[in-house]
Design a protein around this ligand. Structure first.
Ligand SMILES: Cc1ncc(COP(=O)(O)O)c(C=O)c1O
Length: 296
């Protein structure tokens, strides 16, 4: 359900396999491989006012995720753009919205080896993006990265990520689990990680151990376009715990300052000066695409 500006509940319209229908009547087969195996991929695209942030990059990543699980892209880019535009049109109300796109391999007799004859299930929905208050920052825990080896693919099988965020919340009400493979920081359970020492900003380089976050890439571009700069470099546990500032990024959170890590303050225990600079640049860009990298 979407809350309209008047506070009255409006029925959410979702997209399912070519139809725009009320959420309550959108159903898929119990044999859908998304349900049985978590055999699918997804995207979450933020929309600020009328600006769809980094739309092309999200669609490109969706294409890469589909290729990563040996699934043909069911739609050309223009068709995806049309689906998203129509969905936004049919779900007016909130100023800032997210569009969720999901493609699963479709429904068929249960078996590990996927049949090439299946019709993929294509689903999309639109949700308001909640307002964030980062006045006090957010807290995080560190945790061993318990996920698989293809974290660069945005798959719907998110049970490890769900457990990690659950543990973060249970431990001390934390928002995020920052993950390490051995001594190397990879990313958050649903975000990318940036560390700041003095005015030096760094984030781990992209490889199979982390999702190529669209916000991560945008922040790297924006920082490089401004005077700050950003290194893509290996980050160790020692780098993490000695950081003056720690940020996590995602399409839903933007750039969130982490002010407590494993129960201890990060730097001064408050959102830092470099975060304020970076966030101001990001906030300006996200609405209109101004202040650095090219809009789309
Ligand atoms: C594991 C993981 N890493 C990073 C991100 C951030 O990616 P993006 O900035 O594209 O939202 C997400 C987003 O959900 C995620 O699930």
């Amino acid at each position: 359900m979407l809350k309209s500006e008047q506070g009255t509940a409006a029925l959410a319209i979702v997209y399912l396999n070519g139809r725009y229908i009320p959420e309550a009547s959108a159903t898929v087969s119990v044999l859908d491989r998304g349900f049985i195996f978590g055999d699918g991929v997804y995207e979450v695209i933020p929309v600020f006012g009328s600006h769809i942030l980094r739309f092309s990059e999200h669609l490109a990543r969706l294409g890469n995720s589909l290729a990563g699980i040996y699934l043909d892209n069911p739609h050309a880019e223009a068709e995806w753009r049309d689906i998203v535009a129509t969905l936004l049109e049919r779900n007016p109300g909130a100023e800032n919205r997210s569009v969720y796109l999901q493609v699963t391999r479709g429904a068929g007799e249960r078996g590990h080896v996927p049949s090439k004859a299946l019709l993929p299930t294509v689903f999309a929905m639109c949700n308001p993006i909640p307002e964030r208050d980062y006045t006090r920052g957010v807290s995080a825990i560190t945790h061993e990265d318990i996920r698989w080896q293809y974290c660069n693919i945005k798959v719907t099988s998110l049970l490890p990520n769900v457990l990690l965020r659950h543990r973060a919340k249970e431990r001390d009400g934390s928002t995020e689990a920052i993950l390490l493979r051995g001594d190397r920081v990879t990313e958050g359970a649903a975000s990318n990680v940036f560390v700041v020492h003095g005015r030096r900003v760094a984030t781990p380089p992209k490889d199979h151990s982390l999702l190529p976050g669209i916000t991560r890439d945008l922040v790297v571009d924006l920082l490089r376009g401004a005077k700050l700069g950003c290194e893509e470099a290996k980050i160790t546990r020692a780098d993490l715990v000695s950081a003056d500032e720690l940020w996590i990024t995602s399409s839903m959170m933007g750039i969130a300052p982490v002010t407590r890590l494993d129960g201890r303050p990060v730097g001064q225990g408050q959102p830092g000066a470099v975060w304020r600079e970076a966030d101001a640049i990001y906030q300006a860009f996200k609405v209109k695409g101004v202040g650095g990298a090219a809009p789309n």
